[in-house]
Design a protein around this ligand. Structure first.
Ligand SMILES: [Zn+2]
Length: 340
């Protein structure tokens, strides 16, 4: 194995503790940290700007590593761990990233994470954490791993040594190896600008629903709510958060199931076939399929399948139908106006 370059060092990351997160992201961090007892070994965090992803990951890492977290799960800011974090000296906060430019060494910035750095990470993860019971590694951005480096990491993601949490950040999760994606719990940043607020003409129960989708995965979805979601999808690219106010009876798993069937049928119709699940909506499927991007339909189908696999996980519950509809719209109608 070649020498690890000093620029590959996993340590020394100073988390962005001082920056205040947007309210929606701070609420997401609190919800995730409140469930630290079921915290998964790997999260794939996507959506939003690279800076937002990095700040959210830092906030999660600091909260997880703090020795004496507050009641809401966030870091105390005064314990030994918090002091080490603030100084960039915490031995259990690792960050894997592409090499930065080093003028003195005559080196240009790299777009790729080096295989040597991944091997170094794997070796470190096999050891017990130094300070507390937990170690956090932020991989930023995950798409900087090529297939060789991603494959090297797969084994760790499959059977992670206890006490390690990997936070993979990505603005383009669909560019990652499917095997990599499937081993991580997918978390999507909430876009504050599209959140429904009280006073937007939406009833209060609906606001609660949009923020915290029903965590009960077995609740039966009433048909009128399912039909309302299909109606919204049939309207095409104009669908948005207001449409979600008519689907308040749907649990997240139920909404994912309806969306999967609709997307599956869209792909069939786009390819010249006939709908399988919604034959009575053939005309609307044909109209939407004509406007939609084929690659986007296929990407969305895979994303929905990933969410469905994790839909009963307590950390997925905060993902809302409105969040999923935003991703659906962005994938299928990339040129449409993105504002809600
Ligand atoms: Zn602390």
């Amino acid at each position: 194995m070649s020498q690890v370059d000093a620029g590959d060092s996993l340590l020394g990351h100073v988390p962005d503790i001082g920056a205040s997160l947007p309210t929606a992201h701070a609420a997401q961090v609190e919800r995730l940290l409140a469930r630290r007892s079921v915290f998964p070994h790997a999260l794939l965090i996507s959506g939003g700007m690279a800076r937002d992803l990095a700040r959210l990951a830092d906030a999660l890492a600091v909260g997880l590593l703090c020795d004496a977290p507050q009641a809401d799960g966030t870091a105390c800011g005064v314990c030994a761990a918090c002091r080490l974090l603030a100084a960039g000296n915490h031995p259990d906060l690792l960050r894997l990233r592409p090499l930065e430019a080093d003028e003195a060494a005559g080196r240009k910035a790299s777009s790729q994470i080096r295989i040597e750095a991944v091997r170094q990470l794997i070796g470190t993860l096999a050891l017990s954490p130094h300070h507390g019971r937990c170690r956090v590694c932020i991989i930023d951005p995950a798409e900087a791993m090529n297939s060789a480096t991603a494959n090297a990491l797969l084994k760790v993601l499959e059977e992670p040594p206890a006490g390690n949490v990997l936070l993979l950040l990505s603005r383009r999760p669909m560019r990652l190896l499917p095997t990599l994606r499937s081993r991580c719990l997918p978390i999507r940043l909430i876009d504050e600008s599209t959140m429904v607020k009280p006073g937007d003409g939406v009833e209060p129960e609906m606001v609660a629903f949009l923020r915290d989708a029903d965590p009960d995965p077995v609740a039966r979805a009433p048909w009128p709510a399912q039909r309302a979601l299909v109606d919204a999808l049939a309207r095409g690219e104009g669908l948005g958060v207001p449409a979600a106010s008519r689907i308040s009876g749907l649990t997240l798993p139920a909404a994912l199931a309806v969306l999967s069937r609709w997307t599956h049928d869209l792909a069939r119709v786009k390819a010249g076939g006939v709908p399988r699940f919604l034959p009575f909506r053939a005309a609307e499927l044909a109209r939407v399929a004509a406007l939609a991007d084929l690659q986007g339909i296929l990407h969305m189908g895979k994303r929905l399948a990933e969410w469905q696999r994790h839909a009963d996980h307590p950390l997925i519950a905060p993902l809302t139908v409105a969040d999923i509809l935003l991703e659906y719209r962005a994938e299928l109608f990339p040129s449409a106006r993105t504002a809600a």
